[in-house]
Design a protein around this ligand. Structure first.
Ligand code: CO
Length: 315
């Protein structure tokens, strides 16, 4: 790929960040991302909500406020009722309203299976960008949503998920990361990303890939959706989890007691997962307080240290 030479390109694809950032003035930068995928739940309205929450998430993960969005849609016009398409777009629009983001338009093409997501544009002060790299030694790591959505979605497809599991995973996936972002107000966050397709450990690795620090993840402190471990034991693990683990192979150091199923859960690809933030201890405590005051929930799942730079230790 040819290199971008414009000095106003602050972040582009080469650092595995969540979105691109372009400086417009000394006080204002534009943050852009696009994401779309096939349905993981049956209800088209809920699918629209999940897809929008997922697309907005990359903007929040950069510390930016999402301002405008465009629908990116594919739909089998001749095979499915247009009311399904309408429900998908309606779910997306409702989430944009909740986020305070304006829908400016979009584009739909014909395809064999429905696909939906958004291109989102946000704004941020150039000094306030939350990149995925920048965690310091001694920082605590906070995760704002439970993981396991890939495994539960696999169980849904296999008709092995309970009603409660379907409801819980849907609720988690359609929850905006807005609250998790709003709770950073007034605090110093050293690094941030959102947990999606590469799983918790994959996105954690992106945060240490420059080998300044390494992370230690305490697996017992990682929040997991109810029943995920049982489903993983039954083998309902998406291929993506194994791909992630394989890709990360020499980056991960699992303690002996971390069984294969737990490893699968920690590398399970997430849809619309939570924010993963790094900040020093006092800021982390204030963050958790501010987050709970706003009705959100977060867990300290580990810390950054200099013992094994560029590695993720799981114990
Ligand atoms: Co992301």
């Amino acid at each position: 790929m040819p290199k971008m030479t414009d000095e106003n390109v602050l972040i582009c694809g080469d650092t595995m960040d969540d979105a691109g950032v372009y400086r417009l003035t000394d006080e204002l930068a534009m943050v852009q991302s696009v994401d779309f995928f096939t349905p993981m739940v049956d209800d088209p309205y809920l699918f629209g909500q999940i897809a929008a929450a997922n697309s907005l998430s990359d903007i929040y993960a950069m510390g930016a406020v999402p301002k405008t969005a465009m629908n990116v849609t594919a739909f089998p016009v001749n095979k499915m009722s247009l009311s399904i398409l309408e429900a998908i777009l309606c779910g997306g629009a409702d989430k944009l309203i909740e986020a305070g983001t304006s829908l400016l338009g979009g584009h739909t093409i014909e395809d064999d299976v429905p696909k939906y997501g958004l291109s989102v544009t946000g704004i941020v002060h150039p000094d306030k960008i939350l990149a995925n790299r920048g965690a310091n030694e001694g920082d605590l790591l906070i995760l704002t949503k439970p993981i396991g959505s890939g495994i539960i979605s696999t169980a849904i497809k296999a008709e092995m998920a309970s009603e409660e599991q379907i409801q819980q995973v849907t609720e988690v996936m359609r929850t905006l990361n807005k609250t998790a972002f709003d709770a950073t107000k007034g605090l110093t966050v050293h690094a941030c990303t959102d947990v999606t397709g590469f799983g918790l450990l994959g996105h954690a690795y992106e945060m240490v890939a420059d080998e300044r620090v390494g992370f230690t993840i305490e697996s017992s402190k990682v929040p997991v959706l109810d029943g995920t471990l049982d489903l993983a034991r039954m083998g309902l693990v998406p291929a993506g989890a194994h791909r992630n683990k394989c890709y990360l192979q020499d980056r991960l150091l699992f303690a002996e007691h971390i069984v294969a199923e737990t490893q699968d859960i920690l590398t399970d690809p997430q849809t619309s997962g939570g924010l993963l933030l790094a900040m020093d201890e006092s800021q982390a405590q204030t963050y958790l307080q501010q987050l709970s005051d706003l009705g959100g929930q977060g867990n300290i799942i580990g810390y950054a240290d200099k013992r094994r730079p560029g590695k993720i230790v799981v114990r």
